[in-house]
Ligand binder design. Structure first.
Ligand SMILES: [Zn+2]
Length: 256
């Protein structure tokens, strides 16, 4: 009888110890699960926030550009997200007689051109800020050229769209885009991309906050053919990520 009682106490003791151990383990488990949930929650909150920012950037480019908030340089302007017709940059700075840019990018653009000159290269800005009306003129002139070559108005429109942005969808209206060409070769075609000037720009532009906006093999994403002369200011942080990952502004805003 006594023996059985002792045995029972011993058994109970083992059971309690076992229970204590499992409570400890359970606590650990709960803590780590809690930690995981907190991390997951933080990640989701961050995702949601990034998504909200990306949505705002896409849906109201003119508002973004007007503000001096941190995202003005990421305003997306393309066929899907046109810029308001009456948008004009708050402040423009002249590069020369015919070209001006948004004052906020002037310093870095000038520095980039000066540094290229130091490396023995001659860069020329052929086009910068272009108003809605000016873009319409360029579009109409190009379209008339196609019509005079025998194209129907509809076909001329489609052909023009391949090389000239439809008014309202051009980044040139933001004042953040510049067409830069080589002093050695001034043609606006694929060969421009093979010049020493473009090679230097493609390798270094992100250091000044610029990206090659319409790269080769990305026209399915951007809707624009390869334009080795068109550079867009997006700020150093985004420019670095976009260049390193070999993506476009559209893809950057989608993923971030
Ligand atoms: Zn351009």
């Amino acid at each position: 009888m006594l023996c059985a009682a002792v045995g029972l106490i011993v058994l109970m003791g083992i059971a309690v110890a076992g229970q204590m151990e499992s409570t400890e383990q359970q606590n650990q488990k709960l803590l780590s699960e809690n930690q995981k949930l907190t991390e997951e929650n933080e990640r989701l909150e961050k995702d949601l926030n990034n998504w909200k920012i990306a949505k705002e950037i896409k849906e109201a480019p003119a508002v973004r550009l007007k503000e001096d908030s941190e995202n003005w340089m990421l305003a997306l302007v393309n066929e899907e997200y046109p810029l308001a017709k009456d948008y004009t940059p708050a402040s423009l700075t002249k590069l020369d007689e015919k070209c001006s840019v948004d004052t906020r990018i002037y310093g870095e653009l000038e520095q980039m051109i000066a540094d290229a000159r130091q490396a023995g290269l001659n860069l020329y800005v052929t086009s910068a800020y272009r108003s809605y009306d000016r873009q319409r003129e360029v579009f109409d002139t190009t379209m008339k050229d196609w019509i005079s070559k025998g194209y129907s108005p509809l076909d001329a429109y489609d052909e023009t769209k391949k090389s000239v942005a439809v008014p309202g969808t051009s980044e040139h209206a933001t004042g953040l885009a510049v067409d830069i060409i080589s002093g050695q070769y001034t043609g606006l075609d694929d060969k421009q991309g093979d010049t020493a000037e473009q090679e230097w720009l493609m390798a270094h532009c992100q250091e000044y906050g610029f990206i090659l906006r319409f790269p080769k093999d990305k026209s399915n994403v951007t809707g624009i053919v390869y334009e080795p002369w068109h550079y867009r200011y997006v700020g150093k942080e985004a420019a670095k990520k976009i260049t390193e990952q070999g993506i476009t502004l559209e893809e950057y805003l989608q993923a971030d």
